[in-house]
Design a protein. Structure first.
Length: 411
């Protein structure tokens, strides 16, 4: 059997904004905002340099409906580079770019093939003896087991199944085109190119079944390296390697403070925790969510002065590397017994009870408002995202911390 190589990518989400990123540097914010497109351009560059035989994209090329043709023209321009190099592209639609959602179209270059959304469709690359089988989403909601409708393997060919699916469930991802690994294996294919899950996962070795993860992390819930997989096939046996293509990266860092650590030494402790990211930042900018945790005598004061501490932590990031940026500072410090007593003192104000009662009284109203907003979002946009009201408890906690610190100061 002919030897060949292909790239399996998924979940490009072109047109998706990077959310939750609060950068004061405008130029760096623009770099993060452009990272999704830049990552796809990097994918095309890699495919050209490696001279792969074809590219497979397992759904969610786009993040949603186009506001105009701009994002479609960008995708067209990049894959036209592959077309001119005689590298065919095979892709299908997922829940974010289902046929009912992305209704605008741009004529695709020669050699670019989209799987049907009506029924499973097969493409054969005869000179490589490769058969690809797939079906895209006609609607955002895909409750049926699409895999069971895929055709039997083509004899004498290396068969690839392409499917956008949550399999039997991959929290926190919503359920789409549910099926089991056994359902996939029943088709008799040699490789399954899956999409939908945004983290890399080797689902099965026989047949080799992979989620490549998304091409570019878009927020702090999508941390770590992102990219695609390069699959090499020799004598009908596939092997893979991950290729990192993300152009900006999100990471989380926890800094555990010792209770005895002087407040003046905290910036140094933060630098030590950040230092492992210096080498990685040579290749791409990093946005870090830094969490300060532990019990410390200065906990309440640090919380009350969080704005200053945000700037101090950002400064620590830049002392390590110019491309380390603070995405958010989370202060999860606990006060020592002495400091907590000072924060209430003779005023005998039960701040926890006060904030708790506010939260209890407001929860129903917040939930109702969030539900109403979610219902009005187009195409069920909120289904795959963090709840819109998720920050309410965090804001109340910050208010509690500031109250404690101010009461301590007045004492």
């Amino acid at each position: 059997m002919t030897s060949f190589r292909f790239i399996h990518a998924a979940d490009l989400h072109l047109g998706s904004p990077l959310s939750g990123l609060m950068l004061k540097d405008r130029q760096m914010a623009e770099r993060f905002a452009a990272a999704g497109r830049d990552a796809f351009s990097a994918l095309v560059e890699y495919a050209l340099a490696a001279r792969v035989d074809f590219l497979v994209i397992a759904g969610d090329v786009y993040d949603g409906a186009w506001k105009d043709n701009h994002i479609g023209l960008f995708f067209n321009r990049e894959i036209a580079r592959l077309s001119r190099a005689d590298i065919p592209v095979y892709f299908l639609r997922g829940n974010h770019d289902a046929e009912s959602i992305v209704t605008r179209t741009i004529a695709m270059p020669e050699g670019v093939h989209e799987f049907s959304t009506r029924k499973p469709q097969s493409f054969v690359i005869e000179h490589l003896k490769v058969a690809l089988h797939g079906q895209g989403f006609a609607e955002r909601v895909a409750a049926d087991n699409l895999a069971l409708s895929y055709p039997p393997a083509v004899p004498g060919h290396f068969n690839i199944g392409v499917l956008h699916t949550s399999l039997s469930g991959r929290p926190p991802h919503a359920v789409y085109a549910p099926c089991s690994v056994a359902d996939l294996a029943s088709r008799g294919y040699d490789y399954w190119a899956l999409g939908h899950v945004h983290a890399f996962e080797a689902v099965s070795a026989d047949p080799l079944t992979l989620y490549p993860g998304n091409l570019q992390g878009r927020n702090i819930r999508e941390t770590g390296s992102k990219g695609a997989v390069l699959v090499s096939v020799e004598d009908g046996r596939p092997r893979y390697e991950r290729i990192m293509l993300d152009c900006a990266r999100f990471e989380t860092v926890e800094v555990m403070l010792e209770e005895s650590l002087p407040e003046s030494a905290i910036p140094g402790a933060i630098e030590v925790a950040l230092s492992p990211f210096a080498e990685a930042a040579d290749e791409r900018p990093h946005a870090l969510r830094v969490t300060l945790s532990g019990r410390h005598a200065s906990a309440e004061r640090i919380k009350a002065e969080r704005s200053q501490w945000r700037d101090d932590v950002q400064a620590a990031c830049h002392r390590i590397h110019a491309d380390l940026w603070l995405e958010k500072l989370v202060i999860a410090l606990e006060a020592t017994g002495t400091e907590r007593a000072a924060a209430t003192g003779d005023l005998a104000v039960d701040i926890d009870a006060l904030v708790g009662s506010i939260a209890a009284g407001e929860d129903a109203g917040i939930d109702e408002l969030v539900s109403e907003i979610s219902r009005k979002l187009p195409g069920g946009v909120a289904a795959d995202e963090e709840p819109l009201g998720a920050n309410a408890a965090e804001l109340l906690a910050e208010a509690r911390d500031i109250l404690r610190a101010r009461l301590a100061g007045e004492g």
